[in-house]
Design a protein around this ligand. Structure first.
Ligand code: ZN
Length: 352
């Protein structure tokens, strides 16, 4: 993209305003200051977006001196994105507003007519005249899903981790363990999610055949699917709801503790967040896992905390909705790339 062309520059300034307002309400004067764009241009951009219904005026700011400015905010109702979550046995379709708040979702068993069911739910949830900007599919199955608008795919682990960051803040150096039927991991470094495909295949036990061909991998001994089949519980709800299973689960927490302590040290993780279906395990299981991990960590690191997901079962849906918004509405990647270019060009401007 040629950033010097006026229409591209305008488009980028619009995106900058939207991404600033995504963080919270702001006046035109403040936008001009934060974005380093002159007041006249900010005024033009904002007036146009107010006319288009993308942003709206929401009260006046509190100032100690001078004339208080009108606060602007994103009109969350001006558009929608979809998020589709595909699991092993079920799937869900959700529709969200421009803040990523889920307005409606439905979860159904994944049967023969899975693709048709998705289309039906989308038609049902598309009712009304709000613009649909796109969708994100959180899945680990590489299923091709045809949609009537642009879409992007994301792993469940990444979607769940993004949902935690949106709820809790930056979470730099946090290790995210997506623990459902399968295990996946990501770590957040410098504001980016880095997938860790090797973590599920850390050798955590002597025996147990893994799909990767290895033996005793974490995935082969502690995945949700393995825990369900070894205990004989028919669902995660049954697994956690019946005390008779708890001792058996504890045995399968040991390989997880070994893998977590090893990974946390190798990656200098500050804390761990468990996401996915296993995140719903009872407090006593967390306490047990925490004790095991602390006992395996070297002195000085034994205080690393293992947190339960704050988004819970909604994590993949929420994270996918954010991914759809980032990609198709706020265009965060373009802004990040632009920022990187701007940072690079600073020394040249200084004549170095
Ligand atoms: Zn393996």
């Amino acid at each position: 993209m040629d950033f010097s062309r006026p229409d591209n520059a305008r488009r980028i300034n619009r995106l900058k305003v939207l991404s600033e307002l995504r963080k919270g309400t702001c006046s035109k004067a403040e936008l001009s200051r934060r974005l380093d764009i002159n007041k006249v241009s900010i005024g033009e951009i904002c007036d146009k977006m107010i006319k288009e219904g993308l942003i709206e005026e929401t009260g006046r700011e509190q100032t100690a001196q001078g004339r208080p400015g009108t606060l602007l905010s994103i009109n969350s109702k001006a558009g929608r994105v979809f998020s589709i979550e595909e699991g092993r046995k079920a799937f869900s379709v959700a529709v969200s507003d421009l803040h990523g708040r889920i307005l409606r979702y439905e979860r159904l068993p994944k049967g023969e007519s899975f693709q048709d069911d998705i289309q039906k739910l989308i038609r049902k949830m598309s009712a009304g005249d709000a613009v649909i900007y796109g969708a994100a599919i959180a899945s680990d199955y590489n299923t091709r899903i045809e949609l009537p608008f642009p879409s992007v795919c994301i792993s469940r682990a990444e979607a769940e981790a993004e949902a935690e960051v949106a709820r809790l803040g930056d979470l730099e150096s946090f290790l995210f363990i997506s623990w459902s039927d399968t295990i996946a991991a990501t770590i957040r470094k410098n504001g980016m999610m880095i997938p860790l495909p090797d973590l599920p295949h850390i050798r955590a036990q002597r025996d147990g055949d893994c799909s990767c061909g290895g033996k005793g991998c974490l995935e082969a001994v502690s995945s949700g699917q393995v825990i369900l089949s070894r205990t004989g519980a028919d669902s995660y709800r049954t697994l956690f709801g019946n005390r008779e299973y708890h001792e058996m689960i504890k045995v399968m927490l040991r390989p997880m503790a070994a893998a977590l302590s090893e990974a946390a040290q190798a990656l200098s993780a500050s804390s761990v967040i468990i996401t996915g279906r296993m995140a719903a395990m009872p407090d006593a299981m967390y306490a047990y896992l925490q004790t095991l991990v602390s006992s395996l960590l070297p002195p000085g690191r034994e205080n690393m905390i293992i947190y339960r997901s704050s988004a819970g079962e909604n994590g993949a849906r929420e994270g996918a909705a954010l991914k759809a918004l980032d990609t198709f509405f706020y265009n965060t990647e373009l802004l990040l790339r632009l920022k990187a270019i701007e940072n690079l060009s600073v020394p040249f401007q200084n004549g170095i």
